[in-house]
Design a protein around this ligand. Structure first.
Ligand SMILES: [Fe+2]
Ligand SMILES: [Fe+2]
Length: 476
């Protein structure tokens, strides 16, 4: 079991104090990080006491500590999951060889790109969510938002530790740049599309934490297989925290769906206009938000046919999620049949499996998303409402990969641009839909006993506390 040093300026289980140069470099980055947090973290709540979970070790039992903390004082630490003894590379051309504790020179650039791309998503999401506290539906939700935010901050620390430790000067420069890009800024945007999209209402936040954080889960699972052992150990521990983010999304959407369906049944209303008169998000609008965030998140997996994915797999940098569950870990002879667009037409092609690794990971993701959607649908059904939420076809509304630049309806049927333009407001949130959803969320709710009208109360509180516990002591 690794020892945890919590009294250092940077809590860690990587013996930071034994490497003075690294320690000094990270301690020099720390104030810049805090400045970034104060500027781009939750706006208006930096002085509040928030009941937060802080990672304090990687021990399965008791890895986290819960208490009130002011967010700028959060103890962002560096924690690597315990090393697996005699771990060997589990896939690709170097399968069976010992994993790497240092980065082989020839893989340095590719690995740095993988680490930086993952790292960039962490502060990006904090930036996207920075104004949400000002319209929170409850103190319980406010706390969950901040929990997600501080942990994304810790994930940034996890990646910056790798950059500083293993990538020399380039890594230090990349670590600085992570604090300089800004979500949605046209001059210095974040790297990936979905992380530049505005996320300024709570329905979007719940969809984001369900769909976009779940992309994070699959990327982390794939990186946890990496031959570069420190990356594997870091991402394994990040997954522990990530589970809560997806819980926030899944139960958040569930509570919106539950509230709408319940009041639809009680008031015997099913027309969306009547549902809106009740101050609720109507189910077709929920479907549109789902369509938007699901399709944006599908893009995060990258192109369906990718030579980068093939070389990441070949060299052992990035595997498949739960690589051990597959039979063939070399994937040199197998193919993957997929639909691609050729001369404007859909055709089925056999792609060498290594080049299809993004699509393989996307398959796992789609299946996982469906499990959540099924739960939401069970709730709608329990209230006796005849409506079903569906995941749109993976060709719908794509901006990356073989379907980018072409148009498809949510069932995956090809459309002309004119047909798309004429109908897209039926499938994606229109300006009017966005304005309506925002109109439900103009005022924050800071009284622990209250819950906004458009969402059901959660079934239980956090860490054994009641739902109406004062999770955030907000100083107005
Ligand atoms: Fe994260
Ligand atoms: Fe997350």
């Amino acid at each position: 079991m690794s020892t945890v040093i919590t009294n250092d300026r940077i809590p860690n289980n990587v013996h930071l104090a034994d490497d003075k140069r690294l320690q000094r470099a990270l301690e020099a980055w720390q104030p810049n990080y805090i400045n970034w947090w104060k500027e781009m973290g939750p706006a208006g709540f930096q002085e509040d006491d928030v009941f937060l979970r802080t990672a304090i070790s990687v021990d399965h039992e008791g890895w986290a500590h819960f208490d009130y903390v002011k967010m700028p004082d959060y103890r962002w630490g560096i924690f690597l999951a315990d090393a697996v003894k005699d771990r060997t590379i589990g896939f690709g051309d170097n399968m069976g060889q010992p994993v790497w504790q240092e980065i082989p020179g020839e893989h340095r650039n590719a690995l740095r790109r993988l680490v930086v791309t993952q790292a960039d998503t962490e502060p990006a999401s904090v930036e996207q969510q920075r104004l949400l506290g000002q319209t929170c539906p409850s103190v319980y939700d406010l706390r969950n938002l901040f929990q997600v935010n501080v942990e994304e901050g810790r994930h940034l620390w996890a990646m910056v530790y790798l950059l500083h430790s293993y990538f020399g000067r380039d890594g230090r420069e990349e670590a600085d740049a992570l604090l300089e890009r800004r979500s949605g800024d046209p001059d210095k945007p974040r790297i990936l599309g979905a992380f530049n999209e505005p996320c300024t209402d709570w329905l979007s936040f719940f969809m984001f934490t369900f769909f976009t954080d779940r992309d994070g889960k699959y990327q982390l699972l794939a990186l946890a297989e990496s031959a570069f052992d420190p990356l594997s150990r870091t991402t394994r521990f990040m997954l522990t925290e990530e589970a809560h983010h997806m819980f926030v999304g899944e139960t958040g959407v569930l509570r919106v769906v539950d509230r709408t369906s319940k009041l639809m049944a009680e008031n015997k209303k099913d027309h969306p206009d009547d549902v809106r008169k009740l101050g609720l998000v109507d189910l077709p609008t929920i479907q549109k938000y789902l369509n938007l965030w699901y399709s944006l998140s599908l893009d995060l997996f990258g192109g369906e046919v990718s030579s980068n994915a093939a070389s990441f797999f070949a060299s052992g940098l990035k595997g498949r999620a739960k690589e051990a569950s597959y039979e063939d870990h070399v994937a040199l002879t197998a193919t993957y049949a997929m639909d691609v667009v050729r001369d404007g037409k859909l055709v089925r092609e056999d792609v060498p499996l290594r080049n299809a690794m993004n699509e393989v990971l996307r398959d796992e993701y789609v299946e996982d998303c469906q499990r959540g959607v099924d739960k939401w649908n069970r709730t709608i059904k329990e209230h006796g409402i005849d409506f079903e939420l569906v995941l749109p076809h993976r060709r719908f509304h794509r901006h990356i990969g073989v379907f980018a630049g072409t148009h498809f309806d949510p069932k995956g049927n090809p459309l002309t641009k004119a047909e798309w333009d004429a109908q897209k407001d039926a499938w994606l949130p229109s300006e009017a839909d966005k304005a309506y959803v925002k109109s439900l969320m103009t005022k924050p709710i800071y009284e622990p006993q209250k819950m906004a009208n458009w969402i059901s109360a959660p079934k239980q509180g956090i860490k054994g506390r009641p739902v109406d516990f004062e999770y955030v002591r907000h100083h107005v």
